[in-house]
Design a protein around this ligand. Sequence first.
Ligand code: FEO
Ligand code: CA
Ligand code: CA
Length: 707
Amino acid sequence: MNPTRTLLPMLGHTRGGRSAATCHFKCGDACVKPDCNNSSNAYFRDIADSALSRRQMLGLGAIGASALVVGPQLFGAPPASAAEVAVAGKHGSHGGKLGFQAIDPVSRSVDTMTVPEGYDWHSIIRWGDPLFKRSPEFDAQNQTARKQAEQFGYNCDYLDIIVDKYSGRTGVLVANHEYTNEDMMFDADWFEANKDEARRIAMNAHGFSVVEVSRKKNDKKWTYVQGGERNRRITMQTEFTVDGPAAGSDLLKTAADRTGTKILGTLNNCAGGTTPWGTVLSGEENIDQYFRGRGTAEEARYGIAAKATERGWEDTDPRFGLHHEGFENEANRFGWVVEIDPQNPKSIPVKHTNLGRFKHEGANVRIAKNGKAVAYSGDDSRFEYIYKFVSSGTYRKNDRRHNMTLLSDGDLYVAKFAGNSPAAEIDGSGALPSDGAFDGTGTWLPLVRGGKSMVDGMSVEEVLVYTRLAADKIGATKMDRPEDVEPSPVSGKLYVALTNNSDRGKAGKEGATEQNPRVANRDGHVLELTEAGNDATATKFTWNILLVAGDPKVNSSTYFSGYPAQKVSPISCPDNLAFDSAGNLWISTDGAPGTIGYSDALHKVTLTGKDRGRVEQFLAVPTGAETCGPVIHDKDGSVFVAVQHPGEGGSFAQPASLFPDFVAAPGKVKKGQFYGPRPSVVQVFTERQGNNGNGHGHGHGNGHGKH
Ligand code: FEO
Ligand code: CA
Ligand code: CA
């Protein structure tokens, strides 16, 4: 065994807040490649990339988070220093049914879940856990593609726990599997000798899992049900159907599918959304990294390079090589929003072309006053756009079959923003303009309306398959990597996580704008958007920035809607959004270790009242991990997260994390034995009833789920 060998060589440098391994495996090194959007559809402004002035020095307390420090210390990683574990002041949380005291930010070397006092955690399901009655147990040394197809996949991202109303003690857990970390999944020597099988394992570790969960009476803890009737794995071999105006288009036909309506598999499924009718939407995001291109302009606009891919799937399955005759269009069959019915394991999942093709982070639906289903979606790359789809049909309560057709036919729009402050007052530092707010108005520009293309020179099919190019043409607004775009179920306001954009203000790139007010935006921001008349079908909106993220202790450019910065938890790289029953916003992060230096986290943000803008950290994930898919069951005293890529940067032989089982110290591990991290779904819960959990009990879990 050669523990130092990397299976997929990394480029050795990254930008923004992620580790090199995250950049490499998750996005295909998108952050070190040129931006794909070179259109000149928005105005440019000269921005002085001046050093930010320090606005205030904040005095912070020094109370350590309650955490079990396990993994990296065993491997010689530096322990949490006093400087690393700078802390936010303690304060109780208000609103919603989850009472907690914000935890202190956690050193990135802490290899466990850190949760508030009075809460505990356990893993519900982990990579490799068997889903069906006769599925094989996980054995990393003897993994096969066939086994992986019957086991929970890798790197869970979108997550929901859909509780059966009739029981309250049963339900389904739905999770996306965004991508694979071959370095951590495979012994390096075995990988070299078994590349085809390793690639097929990786293909089967992508996709979705649907798995039944249950809990005992008077027990908060959910466990998964092996062999549950609704259990399902969706992999790269699962057949999807295609609907909407581009279904059957020549642009979607290949040698393996002359109809352009049957697609095997789904790729890089990142975030998603559960619809009001109970299905799950999922965004196919960084699809470019899986395909070897031919060098066309359309491929370039989607980031597909005309060279061999690092994963090499094109050598195992010809459809991943667009240079292979008959498969020129295969990449056009990915980059969609897909819909699955988690209640019916025999249902055929759908790719909805009417929502456009781009690097969908996810999609979230709001039912408008007139009954139309409105789906919002962000294109998560630097300088990309925010979209919305408005259905032609209307929602019918308790008519699931009908509602599952709503995303098949409708209008597609892209957002154009305008600020209301003089351009000269937006200096790129994050300093507020003289009217005291980053705010303004906006328009949803139609791309497809009434079944017709609204883009000169492009057919409806072309607009939907090459949506980025269509949006360039009509002057959409370039944003700082739109991740989750999610309407509040309480207020209807839309929240947009703009995770970061290290390129804003660089030579030849767009500078600061009121809607993206910082150059070299490392920490990201969150934007609040109100549709005109609070009507989701409106074509006009107003907007304001809710928070400009960062660590206020060291960064003067942060903003929390006027809430005192010294009283918030530091937050960076907002990614996934969720709401609790009171309408508080919950934000998970992806990239904080590389920016503010703390582990990725889950935060609660109060949106209304005197505490508007207050950010309170609820949990931190283990070393190397990203916090994904937050699900807030606050009435039930539970929060669920997908812990994605724990230990990223380590390897099979030298894991950087032992999460979630902490099975052995390295000195006791036999050569070749797997003891490394397993991406997992975690439940955080308080045993106390009602609106508390403050200051009682213990603050960490043992990490051993019952399986
Ligand atoms: Fe897969 Fe945009 O995060
Ligand atoms: Ca303004
Ligand atoms: Ca994401």
